[in-house]
Design a protein around this ligand. Structure first.
Ligand code: DAH
Length: 343
């Protein structure tokens, strides 16, 4: 028996090692370890004919050989698997010189959204919240609560679209409509921007459109002053147009701020020397701003003796036109793919 076992081992191990394919390995496994008629299995079955002493002895040797065969079969199987994988990789290698399939057309971001996102990133980095607000707005928030009562002449320059039979509702004329809503909702301290679409009843031409984008900003806290406002607006201008950009603030009346300013930056095209785009002034107007009027703080439920703040409104559409050199505002909303695809 012992001899038989030794012979089996001497024959099986080299056979397993020299196997070349998975099929050959499987048939060898069957030959020695198969449940039916496997040579080793058969020998194990035959153990019952030996006396207990021999049974124990041979049983032990049989088990050791079985273990050895199994180990060497598993090792070989792994080797063959790896070799197969390597072979597959060489077969499937990518041919970089092959012409690629035509690219499927995908959409892209509208230039107005690109500039809006850039500003949202900057403002969130300075701790501002980005607030959404509805385009359909009440007369109260769009005008009255920001110090533009029904008879105020400032309403004249902001004619808009009213809802038939609901004259207190209108399409907001500016994002300033969200100032008092934000104060009511969040109180003070407050640091927010509201980007979004605005509407005016305009005769359209290259510089006027009935639908356009603005970005409003509000900062309210104790001891906020004009210097804070200037610093924030300068940071924005430099981020948009480069570190050399200068900002000029000149007094301008807006009913919801006191004092109010008109914000200009050095002309992008001529760098301040004067050209046709800046009408030879060297400056381009891009925002309105000011210290929030005490009446507006009151409307927002904040005590103007405790809190102060500033507000600003950027003409986003105007920024987009300046950034990309677009000379007709109507192109932006036209839906004309020949235009939109350029960005
Ligand atoms: N709402 C103004 C407009 O549409 C822009 C503006 C000016 C907003 C001054 C402000 C501000 O917050 O302080 O023309």
């Amino acid at each position: 028996m012992q001899e038989k076992l030794q012979q089996l081992k001497n024959e099986a191990l080299p056979a397993i090692i020299s196997v070349k394919t998975a099929e050959e390995l499987e048939s060898l496994e069957n030959k020695y370890l198969g449940r039916k008629n496997g040579e080793l299995t058969e020998l194990m079955k035959g153990l019952k004919d030996f006396n207990p002493e021999e049974k124990k002895n041979f049983g032990q040797i049989l088990n050791e050989i079985k273990k050895e065969l199994e180990e060497s079969i598993n090792k070989k199987r792994e080797e063959l698997n790896n070799a197969g994988f390597a072979e597959q990789i060489t077969k499937e290698k990518i041919d970089l010189s092959q012409p690629c399939l035509p690219k499927k057309e995908s959409g892209h971001i509208h230039p107005s959204s690109i500039v809006q996102k850039q500003l949202e990133d900057l403002f969130t980095s300075m701790g501002f919240m980005v607030l959404d607000s509805s385009e359909l707005e009440s007369d109260y928030y769009n005008f009255e609560a920001i110090n533009i009562p029904p008879t105020h002449p400032a309403r004249e320059s902001q004619d808009t679209f009213y809802i038939k039979n609901h004259e207190n509702w209108l399409m907001r004329t500016h994002t300033s409509a969200n100032q008092v809503r934000a104060m009511e909702k969040y109180g003070a301290p407050l640091r927010m921007i509201t980007p979004g679409r605005c509407f005016r009843n305009e005769s359209t031409d290259a510089r006027h459109e009935h639908t356009f984008y603005q970005m409003e900003g509000v900062v309210i806290d104790k001891n906020i002053n004009f210097g804070h406002m200037k610093a924030v607006l300068e940071t924005v201008a430099k981020n948009l147009f480069g570190p050399e950009t200068k900002v000029r603030l000149r007094p301008k009346f807006y009913p919801f701020v006191e004092p109010g300013v008109n914000g200009e930056v050095t002309c992008l095209l001529c760098g301040g020397k004067g050209c046709s785009v800046c009408k030879h002034t060297g400056w381009m107007e891009i925002f309105g701003a000011g210290m929030i009027h005490p009446n507006v703080l009151n409307y927002g439920g904040l005590d103007p003796k405790v809190y102060s703040g500033f507000a600003f409104g950027f003409g986003l559409t105007r920024l987009v036109m300046l950034k990309y050199g677009i000379d007709d505002v109507r192109l932006l909303q036209s839906g004309d793919l020949r235009f939109v695809k350029q960005f």
